[in-house]
Ligand binder design. Structure first.
Ligand SMILES: CC(C)(COP(=O)(O)OP(=O)(O)OC[C@H]1O[C@@H](n2cnc3c(N)ncnc32)[C@H](O)[C@@H]1OP(=O)(O)O)[C@@H](O)C(=O)NCCC(=O)NCCS
Length: 169
């Protein structure tokens, strides 16, 4: 049964395995550990305790930034990406986030189709943002406005946590 869960240490190896299969310039293992230990939104989708996808997002006061999202290659086109994006958006509403931003390689046609299918709109370009084995590649910036409450309870906690530096989920 598919389930969305907050990342746990025991899932990190599987997340890293998916990252290596999915990203031509994969994140380092230590980046994932950092994201787990810091106040990032880091969730996995599991199917009978096996990780089949994950995402990492950072939220500031009104903006969210989707930093990484991947689905295991053998589980693509089965709606897992949609489940993950829906989760990001539902947490964003809880936190009072008004807009989610992301960057994607301009050659990444599957991810671009995926985001556009989910209501993300192209808002700009970052020139030479990504490394290639030779040279560099532009990033396309996408965003989606999130409709939610004016000021959510989580947002009030978030503001307080930044002031008092305690960790909330
Ligand atoms: C992008 C990614 C997360 C999508 O995950 P997914 O689980 O395959 O996506 P879903 O099955 O939920 O697809 C949802 C919709 O997105 C669109 N879509 C997804 N993959 C697509 C593809 N290869 N070609 C065209 N449309 C695609 C379709 O409209 C699809 O709906 P449909 O299957 O009913 O037609 C996945 O392809 C992936 O992990 N890619 C490698 C990592 C990556 O590039 N991450 C993004 C970095 S910015």
């Amino acid at each position: 049964m598919r389930k969305i869960e907050i990342i746990k240490k025991k899932y990190l190896d599987q997340v890293f395995g998916i990252e290596q299969l999915s990203n031509s310039t994969p994140w380092s293992y230590s980046s994932f550990i950092d994201c787990m230990n810091k106040n990032y939104q880091f969730y996995v989708c599991t199917d009978n305790k096996k990780v089949i996808g994950f995402f990492i997002a950072s939220f500031s006061l009104l903006e969210g930034h989707l930093l990484n999202i991947s689905v295991a290659p053998n589980r693509k086109r089965q709606g897992v990406g949609n489940i993950l994006l829906n989760k990001i958006e539902s947490i964003a509403i809880e936190y009072g986030i008004k807009e989610i931003f992301l960057e994607v390689r301009e050659s990444n046609r599957e991810a671009i189709a995926f985001y556009e299918n989910n209501g993300y709109r192209k808002i700009g370009l970052r020139k030479n943002y990504y490394k290639l084995s030779e040279g560099r590649e532009d990033a396309v910036i996408y965003s989606k406005k999130i409709k939610g409450n004016l000021l959510s309870l989580k947002q009030i906690f978030y503001i307080l946590s930044n002031i008092f530096r305690f960790r909330i989920r």
